[in-house]
Design a protein around this ligand. Structure first.
Ligand code: OAD
Length: 246
């Protein structure tokens, strides 16, 4: 994939890069996106009907089993060339700082080795008490049955931002501060439909950063981006890394 000269120059000059990622960055690892059709046992459910506090209140066992299934899917896949290119970018001697802000809950950026990751929508592999006691450690093999909080007996839930819930304040603050302080903002594999994540490129641009989109298809950001790479993240990110090394 050819990188436009203006983007190559920005990569070489950048001191701080922010990368916003969405489901598209994990697509080439084989993680089904939120909006993909579900398969097997779960085909008759819509994610929008399972990933809500109301669904969990109504039937916590059902929601728990759905997440156990999704954790199984993610454990079986590996980070792809796109994830690894971002790790290499942050390790370039004398290179820019790289902050990854992800809407994905699959943990693949951290598994690949990225060190500065904001999990804006939480993580499949972190848990908390639904009664408000705080984080819960669940080590060991996958729990098929819904666990209870040892402190208050309330059900344990995934530490994920569900539809209708607010983001964690500190995570949003970190994401906004990084976006406002960067000189190059890469928006990769996200449909740009879900706020507040979708507003971060605008913050970056208003603060003077160059905004580059990587996506095989058009999104609402396309008309505002300074440059667009139309292609899959697994090809575009290694090409961007090569441009950094010029
Ligand atoms: P979407 O499923 O809305 O969008 C995925 C985007 O990735 C689309 O724009 C695709 O064109 C693009 N895409 C597909 N394959 C790609 C590839 N190989 N390389 C690059 N791009 C590719 O996913 P998100 O934008 O991540 O929120 O969705 C945002 C949020 O909506 C999710 O985090 C989730 C969901 O509701 C919560 O769960 C809170």
């Amino acid at each position: 994939m050819t990188i436009p000269e203006v983007v190559s120059r920005a990569l070489v000059d950048a001191k701080r890069i922010v990368v916003l990622t969405g489901a598209g960055v994990s697509a080439e690892s084989g993680v089904p996106t939120f909006r993909d059709a579900q398969t097997g046992l779960w085909a008759r459910f819509r994610p929008e009907d399972l990933a809500t506090p109301e669904a969990f209140a109504r039937d916590p066992e059902l929601v728990w089993r759905w997440y156990a299934w999704r954790r199984g899917l993610v454990r079986a896949v590996q980070p792809n060339a796109g994830h690894f290119a971002l790790v290499e970018m942050e390790r370039l001697p004398g290179g820019p700082s790289v902050t990854v802000i992800t809407q994905n809950v699959d943990g693949l950026h951290a598994r690949a080795g990225s060190r500065d990751v904001v999990d804006l929508h939480g993580s499949l592999f972190r848990f908390k008490c639904a009664g408000g006691c705080g984080p819960v450690d669940l080590d060991g093999p996958e729990r098929e049955e819904l666990p209870a909080c040892l402190r208050c007996g309330a059900p344990v839930r995934p530490d994920i931002v569900w539809f209708g819930e607010a983001l964690v304040w500190e995570d949003l603050e970190r994401a906004e501060a990084a976006s406002e302080a960067c000189d190059l903002f890469l928006s990769i594999g996200t449909s740009g439909l879900v706020h507040p994540a979708a507003g971060l490129p605008r913050l970056a641009k208003a603060a003077g950063a160059m905004v580059v989109e990587v996506n095989p298809t058009e999104t609402p950001l396309s008309a505002r981006a300074d440059a667009i790479l139309r292609g899959p993240a697994g090809k575009a990110l290694p090409a961007l890394l090569a441009a950094c090394r010029r």
